[in-house]
Design a protein around this ligand. Sequence first.
Ligand code: PLP
Length: 385
Amino acid sequence: MSSPAIYYFDNNATTQVAPEVVEAMIPFLREHWGNPSSSYTFGRQLGRQLDEARVKVAALINAEPREIVFTSCGTESNNSAIHSALATQPHKRHVLTTAVEHSANIKFCEVLRKRGYDVTLLPVEPDGSLDLTRLEQAIRPDTAIVSVMWANNETGVLFPVGEIAALCRRKGVLFHTDAVQTPGKLKIDVRELEVDFLSLSAHKLHAPKGIGLLYVKRQVKYQPYIVGGGQERGRRGGTENVANIVAFGRAAELAVASLEDENTRIRALRDKLEDGILQGIPGTTRNGAKEPRLANTTNIAFEGVEAEGILMLLDQAGICASSGSACTTGSLDPSHVLTAMGCSAARARSSIRFSLGIYNTEEEVDYVLKHLPGIIARLRASAPG
Ligand code: PLP
């Protein structure tokens, strides 16, 4: 694979593995590659590394280490939380979630529907926000779980998960939040939020793909989704991915340190990019509320141009951005998030997400602002009239 210079503005899709993280995990690929469940020291000693990593990721979200279940990804964590709520409360067959969740929720709910469960996908307002009165009214006596994401991966719009958790507590319903887009960007404190379940994915915070976690509050009953060996105290079968777990622990430490940068420097870069586009290119509109929103994300509609064309020309200039979520890119369907916000299919198909990260610089933002107006003008000039 060749590696020309890239200008990476797709940090909500995945992030570069931090050099410190690579360094931390390499010994567990090269030398310490044993199985932590083994009886002999070469394998068994790795249990300590797992414990240390668990302490670090628990610290990132202010949980107790024993409340952490390592999974393979954010998708597995989301599926597991919903599965557990249904399995531990067989008399409750309703799941309440929103129409703008990641496909890790939406598609799982489609499967649940086929299995005879009832699912409500709550609509959102045009700015991407949630009406909490509507949410409260949608909770039923047979609702097993409410699952609402914290930060939307496409627009960056934040939902008030603390308030939603309190509402669910009053109603006696379990609450899960998909917080995959938040570490390193928002302070996460599960004690303060009082959520029952929370999902994270390491590749969104400068660790490798293929490792995630599900926080399960201590008093909450849990039924595993992946069943096999007794790993994770019987909560998730499968030999532990030691190198990735160590990497996740290291990334969690670094994420705490980058929080400030994200909310000052990266916010300023995002605002420069967003303002530069909205003011410099006619026929552009932001999708979603300006605030409350992740400091790194902007989603913009370019009137009269297809996102596909924009992304192609951006790619030729070495700029990585996306339309919709990385998982749905390649499909011709307009983003389900923008559609749920009431955007027309044409507007949704003309929208691009830029998501910044700790490695972005002002020069890179200037580079995008220099190239993008010409790209849009070119596409508009060639569009059928
Ligand atoms: N939830 C959100 C909000 C995401 O943005 C993503 C990934 O894009 C996921 C879940 C899925 O995470 P993973 O890729 O680790 O399965």
